[in-house]
Design a binder for this molecule. Structure first.
Ligand code: IPD
Ligand code: CA
Ligand code: CA
Length: 247
């Protein structure tokens, strides 16, 4: 993680960044996204040749089976921020065994903050153990939100936002989930692919918070899904609100 972060910082400051689009104008990928994913994939397969890789880039974005050990990689989460803000992005890595999330890592490269852990070992920010966040209700906290879902009031997203103390749209799923772990967010509503929530999902669940598809069903870990996460109290309230109106 730290080595990959150094590669990213070097590329940011030595002017070697090249930016391309994928599905549309706002769907960006850089040479650094691809390089970091290749770096992780090579390290993982050297250490564990039987491991499977699911990652956003390099054509590794689909898995037929989740048996065995799976490493889920988002080499840069928040690529738009990376390109236009040069901050507010992170590296994410999750380890799954037989379909269960075991370990999650979210590295805020610019702040030098590595959030890591899992259900069996607890959660740490760099070397310090993170305590279980309080079960804050929706009305008492800040809600992370996907801008398009908020604008369209998808699944009553605007009503959820009104109930909260305020809405925040960072453009980086990993940092929103890190915010939940650190007690800065009461929840997060978005439209995410597996690599956007795998690492953060392990970490929030390790601390007793909840996540699912916005309808309450289990996430499929395949393709984009409407995503809901929160403290137990905020999650239940948002789930009820989401079911009052579907888009
Ligand atoms: C994106 C960010 C963003 C979320 C998008 C993701 P990327 O990831 O996490 O916050 O709203 O859905 O695709 O493409 O920058 O890795
Ligand atoms: Ca992402
Ligand atoms: Ca990415």
């Amino acid at each position: 993680m730290i080595e990959a972060g150094e590669m990213i910082k070097t590329a940011l400051f030595d002017d070697s960044l090249t930016v391309d689009t994928k599905s549309e104008r706002k769907d960006l990928v850089t040479n650094v996204d691809k390089m970091v994913q290749t770096y992780f994939a090579q390290k993982i397969l050297t250490f564990d040749p039987k491991a499977k890789i699911l990652g956003e880039e390099n054509g590794q974005d689909h898995l037929n089976k989740w048996n065995g050990r799976v490493f889920v990689i988002d080499p840069i989460d928040g690529t738009m921020n990376f390109v236009l803000e040069r901050e507010n992005f992170c590296i994410m890595l999750a380890v799954y065994e037989e379909g269960q999330g075991i370990l999650g890592f979210i590295y805020d490269v610019i702040k030098g903050q590595l959030l890591w852990g899992g259900r069996d070992i607890g959660v740490f920010l760099n070397e310090e153990r993170v305590p279980q966040p309080a079960n804050v209700s929706l009305k008492d906290g800040l809600l992370g939100m996907n801008a398009a879902m908020y604008a369209r009031n998808s699944h009553n997203a605007q009503i959820m936002g009104d109930r909260a103390m305020g809405v925040r749209m960072s453009g980086c799923a990993g940092l929103e989930l890190m915010g939940m772990v650190l007690g800065r967010r009461v929840g997060y509503v978005s439209n995410l692919a597996p690599w956007d929530y795998a690492a953060g999902g392990v970490l929030i669940e390790a601390l007793g918070m909840k996540m699912s598809h916005i309808t309450g069903r289990k996430l499929k870990l395949d393709g984009r899904e409407r995503f809901l996460a929160g403290t137990p109290s905020a999650y239940e309230e948002m789930l009820t609100l989401s079911q009052q109106n579907d888009d």
